[in-house]
Ligand binder design. Sequence first.
Ligand code: 4AD
Ligand code: MG
Length: 465
Amino acid sequence: VRRSSVQELLHSQELEREVVVKGWVRTRRGNKYVQFIAINDGSGFNSIQVVADAENFPEEKLKADGVENGAAVMVRGKLVASQGKGQSVEIQASEISVYGKADTETYPLQKKGHSLEFLREIAHLRPRTNTFGAVLRIRHAMAFAVHQFFNDRGFYYVHTPIVTGSDAEGAGQMFRVTTLPDQNPPLTEDKSAVDYKQDFFGKQTNLTVSGQLEGEVTAMALGKVYTFGPTFRAENSNTARHLAEFWMIEPEVAFNDLQDNMDLAEDFLKYLVRYALDKCQDDLKFLNEQYDKELLGRLQFVVDNDFQRLNYTEAVEILKTAKQKFEFPVDWGTDLQSEHERYLVEKHFKKPVILTNYPKDIKAFYMKLNDDDKTVRAMDVLFPGIGEIIGGSEREENLEKLTKRMAEMHVPEHDLWWYLELRKYGTAPHSGFGLGFERLILFVTGMGNIRDVIPFPRFPKSAEF
Ligand code: 4AD
Ligand code: MG
């Protein structure tokens, strides 16, 4: 008999047949007549119950063989209807073998729940918990939905470089790439004597902060494109919303203006949340019960309601007259902090907000200048519990205006000569945005810390892997 996945069996109508499953023991309990072993193989949230009668599998033997929480096992048996509540089928075991034991004394994942902080220290084992299994499956589903959404709409997926000579945001928050001077330095060599500042074949390079500029290059040929890859920020932000390495999805569309860009962002986010509600029911139900009873309601709300759209200037007026005391004061020209963003979303409008037309001085050099000469065609999408989930804009397509902005903002032209040529040859209006993938996963899972929605988080002082 071929091995089945646990999920296949849980949804199977074909009973009274021999099946084989392989997975990890989640629990073993029972009495001297019968033992119940829950097996999970990661194929879905739910485990399958294996029933082992004492005649063939006395508890002492199961113990001696190591059929305990955490062990990797193979079970052969008959798939039958289950009398127990909460499951429709179970396996009556005829054979149980153990690939690898997990010593009950030392196995770090005990049956009692563990704090998320503790689990962060054992990133190599936390995928085996209910919580991280759910988060990782949802993360996969969202990545898949991203490609589905764009593919269905005629966008092309473009791969943009990780190692780059330019600073796409002009904010200087980059990690430098260096080459070791000797490919195999002797292990005993005094490290302090080694010059680690060597660069990329004679050129100074960094890890990318965004694929946007290369996205613009390809949008100017393929029309509708998106990138989806890792990005890096050397900001020393020890917050629950920032990572040093995160994934970003950046669509870029030729001939789209700011309105089109907002429509695309709203459609995209609604599509992703609806997809999760449709396809990740078991995992979401668990997260809703375990951590956040309002999660499912909040997700449904986002799918069902229009986002509030308003200008930065209008938002500042609302914030200045707000009853709430803010840690950071607001005045026209200041960048909004997440406390302000969350006030607008959670207290004032009580729905997602798209804020547009920010002051030019607090936004990136590439954003299109408005006729007022003070604001740019920026847009940030703000979400409940998150704050900024998307940042984007219409791009400056006029060569003179762009070079003027770059000079004002001290963005060196010589690094971006190719970017400027896009404005020299066949320039056209175009717009795009970046969705922080982990911020999306935070919203969809209801988790409170961004370090818990990526398998191996990178942040200041993150370690091990
Ligand atoms: O607002 P940002 O910096 O915009 C850009 O990078 C543009 N190039 C995007 C574009 O127009 N193509 O970042 C976009 C999004 C933010 O809204 C946020 O969701 C996420 O990326 N983000 C981070 N997520 C986790 N950790 C960080 N340090 C992040 N910085 C930004
Ligand atoms: Mg931003």
